[in-house]
Design a protein around this ligand. Structure first.
Ligand code: ADE
Ligand code: ZN
Ligand code: ZN
Length: 236
């Protein structure tokens, strides 16, 4: 996601934290909110010192495969990234600086994993190589889903987070069942359908937004609730 998407995920998670986790998060982040640190991983992305974290934002694999059918990427990927962050936060011996770093990274990567094109196909780099027009401006399929769709609403992240259509009780329960392996397959399936939703070079606007906005909302909500579930578990 872009800045707003990540902040929405952080804000939704904040709304679902239990008392203990909220206290720990406040302590680690020195009073800051999850939303406020949610874009840190993108801020350091172009810094040569942090180059090794670049592949941690996504994973690509073929349409007809599952994540576990492919050999794990040596340089890491978003699934390995999330597992590393969780392990570092669970480890009571992690130094304070690492707890801060990996919590900020976790907030970002659980967000990114819910942007379907962060679990796409290598041949078009998660849609980055599929050019489209968005309301008359050049863009690409990846950017469309990262930020163009969300920014077109012109709403703040707090407004977006508050207005997301809530899930049913069963819906929330179901969100507690899965793990990072089911999340990545869910995104990958959505990515496959998103690739089929455009013709390269197509001029997109209201119609596209009307059809796909509920998927964006649902993914932002799921990302936030699942982040809260993970944090509640780590800091129980
Ligand atoms: N770079 C290469 N593949 C990517 C993807 N799926 N998402 C974001 N950036 C990428
Ligand atoms: Zn992206
Ligand atoms: Zn990212």
């Amino acid at each position: 996601w872009g800045k707003t998407g990540h902040r929405v995920v952080g804000e939704v998670a904040e709304m679902h934290l239990k008392r203990k986790a909220r206290k720990m998060v406040r302590k680690i982040l020195k009073g800051r909110s999850l939303a406020s640190v949610s874009n840190y991983a993108d801020d350091i992305k172009s810094d040569t010192l942090y180059r090794k974290y670049y592949p941690w934002h996504y994973v690509n694999y073929p349409a007809d495969k599952t994540y576990v059918q492919e050999p794990p990427a040596e340089e890491g990927d978003i699934v390995q990234a999330i597992e590393t962050c969780i392990a570092k936060l669970r480890d009571k011996n992690s130094p304070e600086e690492e707890q801060i770093f990996y919590l900020k990274m976790l907030v970002h990567f659980i967000g990114d994993l819910h942007q379907p094109l962060h679990a796409g196909w290598a041949e078009n780099r998660g849609g980055n190589d599929i050019e489209i027009e968005w309301f008359g401006r050049e863009s690409n399929l990846h950017r469309l889903w990262d930020s163009d769709l969300i920014d077109h609403f012109g709403m703040s992240y707090t407004e977006l987070a508050r207005d997301l259509p809530p899930l049913s009780k069963e819906g929330y329960k179901a969100l507690k069942q899965g793990d990072v392996y089911s999340w990545v397959e869910e995104s990958h399936r959505l990515a496959t359908s998103i690739y089929g939703s455009v013709i390269p070079g197509e001029r997109l606007g209201y119609r596209y937004k009307y059809i796909h906005w509920n998927t964006v909302e649902r993914q932002l909500l799921k990302g936030g609730v699942r982040l809260a579930v993970v944090l509640n578990e780590i800091f129980d």
